[in-house]
Structure formats: C-alpha cells, structure tokens
Design a protein around this ligand. Structure first.
Ligand code: ZN
Length: 143
C-alpha cells in the first residue's frame, strides 16, 4: 500500500478517527489502530505516538550528538577499507597478468578509488616494485 489511509471508521461506523500511519516492513500493510490524539506524528501508542522526543535543550543536544549519520564507520576506517580493496584489485590484476589465474573470471563491478588496470607483465612488475617501496616507506624504522 503506497498511500496510507488517513481515517479509520470503528464501532460499527459510528466513530471516525485518525488512523496510525505506520506501515509494516514485512507485510507492507498499514497499522490498524487509531492514532493517538496527542501524537503529532499520527501514530498509535505502539508505533511511537506517545513519544515526545527530547524536550529540553540539553536533551536535544545529547540526542543530536548520539545520532550520527553513518556513525558505524569513521572516515579513517572507510579510507583503510578502500586502500585494502585497491590492493586486492591490483593483486588480482597482477595474478591475471603473470598467468597465476587463468580460468577464473575477473571480479565484476566498480573498481576502488585509485585503481589502475594492470594488463601486461611489465606493468605487473612495476606495480610489485612500487608496492614494495611503499611498504618500506610505511614501516617504522628499525634501529
Ligand atoms: Zn500503529
């Protein structure tokens, strides 16, 4: 159901009231309970109609801080994952270029940021040397 019913008729047609606008994710059906009068969001008590949300300025600030968008992953972690995916994609290209993988198809889909296709043996050698140099640079110096 795309457009939720706004009103609900109950008690044998004698009472018409606002209907809860919550939709079931599973069955795609609208909630059949009446919305609470105090509810600004037109929801029944079961679907959050009793909630007032944060009322004080302090509470609003706390909730705003707690509800980070995409808070599960920091930009640093995202960058690390992207670098890992890049290295994996480049290694796959090298394996194809040197003939290590001959039967399996290449991984489909979008390539990671910074990806350069490696098709020849010379490109594969250059990438391996470049990667080794980067690892030496990144490693902390042993004394
Ligand atoms: Zn409901």
């Amino acid at each position: 159901m795309d457009n939720p019913e706004k009103y609900l008729t109950t008690a044998g047609g004698r009472i018409t009231c606002l209907r809860c606008s919550a939709m079931s994710k599973q069955s795609r059906l609208q909630c059949r309970k009446p919305a609470l009068n105090l509810s600004r969001t037109q929801k029944c008590g079961h679907h959050g109609g009793k909630s007032t949300g944060p009322l004080t300025a302090e509470g609003k600030a706390r909730i705003g801080k707690a509800h980070l968008l995409h808070g599960e992953e920091t930009n640093q972690r995202k960058l690390e994952r992207s670098e890992g995916a890049l290295k994996l994609a480049q290694l796959e290209d090298v394996a194809h270029a040197i003939g290590l993988i001959t039967t399996a198809p290449r991984t489909p889909g979008r390539k990671p940021l910074g990806y350069r296709a490696i098709r020849t043996l010379e490109e594969a050698k250059a990438w391996v040397v470049e990667d080794a140099l980067q690892q030496i640079k990144a490693a902390p110096e042993a004394e």
